[in-house]
Write a protein that binds this ligand. Structure first.
Ligand code: SAH
Length: 456
């Protein structure tokens, strides 16, 4: 039997938005049938046009707003909208925080079936603009002129911009200055279609605590024309620059960086601090992009671990050892595990840089290495996990349940997989004590959480 849908394609209808999807579109319901409409906000009355009507859900376009949400704001600079994936720029910061906090609560109840879990008010930024310490800007050519900015959503067309509202001013300045200098010295832009030209991306990284700047020129070619004058000019114009790197990426690929890097001027790394821990950052290394909120997040993780100095701690998915080194200052011993071998190299270097001797690192999959450690008799009092979006591997969760650390601190960048994993731990004898959402990426839909889980 073919059921007819409550709406038809191309139909114009009036709706009230009830919710937002995880990527920031408004959700309206017609007889229970959900329609996703970009730019619609909860509580708003609008006319929409149905663009697509699938079996279980449809898509629409906003035609006219009859009643606006009190959280709707003018997009600060229309042409910058969606730059760096700022899907929530049409919502006031207060509204964004409310939305993210609600999302965490809803998902924990719906997916995790955690009815009475304590979710604290989200920790947002005092100033939610100009927070990113890194930019990777694609370079192109328009009518013979070098342009750099961002890809228009869902296209390969580059939009030229002179700033981003979410990047640290020093980063914006660095990109602008390098763009100007490269134009002046006639550095040809890379062309994706013909796979010809030179400059693919301008990248900049900034250590906010140290004021050290790194500039990376990513090119297709092995050589950069006028290289010496170029470098001289960059050094003269950007007094904070400590490192100028040449990265060669000669492949036809969307991946930004190639494997080959060469120092053109200055040092190979810049430094930054999170709290008292010093980190060396190279062109290729992973480093958190919002240092202010990273500190907030790690302080919370440390508070939840409540270390007295006698504990053995495992930090799973440790990256370059950021959380491990934070914990090592308060624990007897920390063991970090991470799948990317280069990140583990960085973690060891960072431990040495800080004179931290009670942290050990191993490269491998957390779900393989931790069961191995457990078999060898290495049990943790506290276990910290900070997995990628897909959450923890189930095998790891079962090892935790067998190992029975007193506390698990779960740092998560995806509430849905956090909720799923908390349910598994709850069924295995753990209790979720509290969850603290932290806004690491204002104006985007991302939300980070730290959860404290204790053995029942
Ligand atoms: N804790 C770090 C990084 C967290 S990001 C920090 O705060 O900076 C998640 C990390 O998990 C990435 O570095 C990724 O390389 C790593 N990873 C992904 N799958 C993994 C697995 N199966 N085992 C171990 N590490 C993994």
């Amino acid at each position: 039997m073919k059921r007819t849908l409550p709406v038809q394609k191309n139909e114009y209808i009036d709706v009230i938005f009830e919710d937002l999807t995880h990527d920031g579109a408004g959700v309206a319901k017609v007889e229970g049938y959900p329609i996703f409409v970009p730019n619609g906000l909860p509580g708003e009355k609008a006319q929409i046009k149905v663009i697509k009507a699938n079996k279980g859900y449809g898509f629409g376009r906003l035609i006219e707003l009859y009643e606006k949400s009190p959280y709707r704001v003018e997009i600060p600079r229309e042409e910058l909208h969606k730059y760096g994936g700022c899907q929530l720029e049409h919502i006031s910061y207060e509204g964004q925080l409310k939305y993210k906090e609600n999302q965490v609560r809803q998902v924990l109840t719906r997916i995790g079936k955690l009815e009475d879990v304590v979710v604290h008010p989200i920790l947002g930024m005092d100033n939610p603009w100009h927070y990113r310490n890194k930019a990777q800007v694609p370079v192109g050519d328009k009518d013979g002129k070098l342009i750099a900015g961002f890809f228009k959503p869902r296209t390969h067309e580059i939009v030229n911009t002179d700033e981003s509202l979410i990047q640290i001013p020093e980063i914006n300045e660095a990109v602008q200055v390098v763009k100007e200098i490269c134009t002046r010295f006639h550095i040809p832009a890379y062309n994706e279609e013909t796979h010809k030209g030179v400059l693919r991306h301008i990248m900049a990284r900034f250590g906010q605590q140290t004021g050290e700047l790194m500039v990376v020129l990513v090119t297709r070619s092995l050589e950069i024309p006028n290289r010496e004058q170029l470098v001289e000019e960059i050094v003269a114009r950007l007094p904070q620059v400590k490192s100028i790197i040449h990265n060669v990426n000669s492949k036809r690929t969307n991946v930004i960086l190639g494997d080959k890097t060469k120092v053109l001027w200055g040092s190979e790394v810049i430094y930054d601090y999170i709290g008292d821990v010093r980190f060396a950052i190279s062109a290729l290394s992973f480093y958190q992009v919002n240092p202010v909120q990273t500190k907030v997040l790690y302080d919370k993780a440390l508070e939840y671990a409540s270390l007295s100095g006698s504990e053995s701690v495992i930090d799973a998915y440790c990256g370059i050892g950021t959380i491990s080194l934070f914990l090592a200052q308060k624990a007897r011993k920390v063991f970090g595990v991470e799948i990317v071998p280069e990140a583990i190299e960085d973690a060891r270097k960072n431990a040495a840089l800080n004179g931290i001797e009670n942290a050990e690192f191993e490269a491998g999959e957390a779900e393989v290495v931790i069961p191995k450690w457990y078999e060898e008799g290495n049990k943790a009092d506290v276990l910290v996990v900070d997995p990628p979006r897909k959450g923890c591997d189930e095998a790891l969760l079962h090892t935790i349940i067998d190992m029975k650390p007193k506390k698990v601190v779960y740092v998560s960048c995806n509430p849905a997989t956090l909720a799923r994993d908390l349910r598994i731990l709850e069924d295995g004898g753990y209790k979720t004590v509290e969850v603290q959402p932290v806004d690491m990426f204002p104006h985007t839909t991302h939300v980070e959480c730290v959860a404290l889980i204790e053995l029942k």
